[in-house]
Design a binder for this molecule. Sequence first.
Ligand code: 6PG
Length: 474
Amino acid sequence: ANARIGLVGLGVMGANLSLNIAENGFPVAVYNRTGAVTDAFIASAGALSERLVASKTYEELVAALPRPRAVIIMVKAGGPVDAVIEGLAPLMQEGDMIIDAGNADFHDTRRREAALKAQGLNFIGMGVSGGEEGARHGPSIMAGGNPSSYEAIREIIEAIAAKHQGQPCAAHFGPDGAGHFVKTVHNGIEYADMQMIAEVYGILRDGGTERERCAPAQIGHLFEQWNKGPLNSYLVEISGKVLQAFDPETDRPMVEMIVDKAGQKGTGRWTAIEAITLGQSPSAIEAAVAARAWSAAKETRRAGAELFGDLEAEPLPRPSEEVLERALLAAKIIAYDQGFKILSAASEHYDWGIDLASAAEVWREGCIIRSALLDDMASAIREGLPHDQLIFAPRFVEMLRDGAGALRQVVAYAASAGLPVPAFANALAYFDTMRQGRGTTDLIQAQRDFFGAHGFERVDGGAGQHGPWGGAAG
Ligand code: 6PG
């Protein structure tokens, strides 16, 4: 054995992760389905190539590793992961482990973990966030699976992970799919964060009087300023940069040259699907998934613009930049509250024992949703969340009492101006529901009882009660 760990899949993420591992002093045996890619990778690795062991077959890869062997897979989620496992598993021995570092659906991770366990092998589902840069210089890492397997690779994982004040942004969250689920929710929150920033961009670009409308570079400059305040975060930072970039070919703002159809590979959707399955509804995240889906219907939207584009709106005055900033902060807190609630519900359902504060902690650096606010969130969760709600944590109560009015002003403005703000509006609807001691589902219950004799609970006690609906009720 001349390597410490193996890695399959030398795409951008896999290649960068290998270099990161090698740079931290651990020799890596690398394999790619196309051998030429492996050769080219090693040839381009410079001094680090000394710690890279080229493997042209799975047999060579496995032979390069000490026992218990650990092989990271970094290939496209879905079928390709199963194909690699099928090739590797028969060559491995009791106690060896396979680590899937892709964005897997945690249900797949649970299935794979169970299947490999039956063969005496360990399977670690490990979410890795931070894009190419993160993979190369320090991602945020969310692992699941057998804790003793994680212990065996912990030294490597903590060495390559991003650091927050010296603490590695890597943790083990629980058995089987726990790590991939934490990564999935990270991505769901990522979708909401991105969407809410885009909603602000839309209001500044399309809202207000002719004179008030902002060019992308102006909005980018504003985001750059916001990044120095409480909204300090990677996504606000890069949005500022993106909006200030120009297309070298046309000299026009780069964003204006990009077709407004958003892609998605599934993680945001999985967050919403799993939440709904568990009886939750993370409205800001769902809205962000919806906004991407709606955006895909470009031709339909063009036709809609012909039919309805000139519908008169009577816009309120456009909120100031300061109001927009506070609204974004408030909406973000609500979206994160929803994300943490899903983590908590899933953890209970699957018996994972996820430490929510630890999730907030590993998200403080390295990952796409890293932000100053996550440090506050981690502390708030450690202090204990009243009713499991981040929005009820004392420090966030203060922020929301201050920001909710701004959020309301922005949503009201957007509705009056005919500008879609699905994530903002849905975050606000959730917040307003949570601050309403008595809502309107008494009527829903009565309707259900009327047409289906479903029964209701009386305010003065007694479940399974029925109303005086006469013959229509069962
Ligand atoms: C990260 C990102 C990363 C990737 C997502 C994007 O945490 O580093 O989330 O995992 O960019 O797959 O997802 P969509 O393609 O669905 O936007």
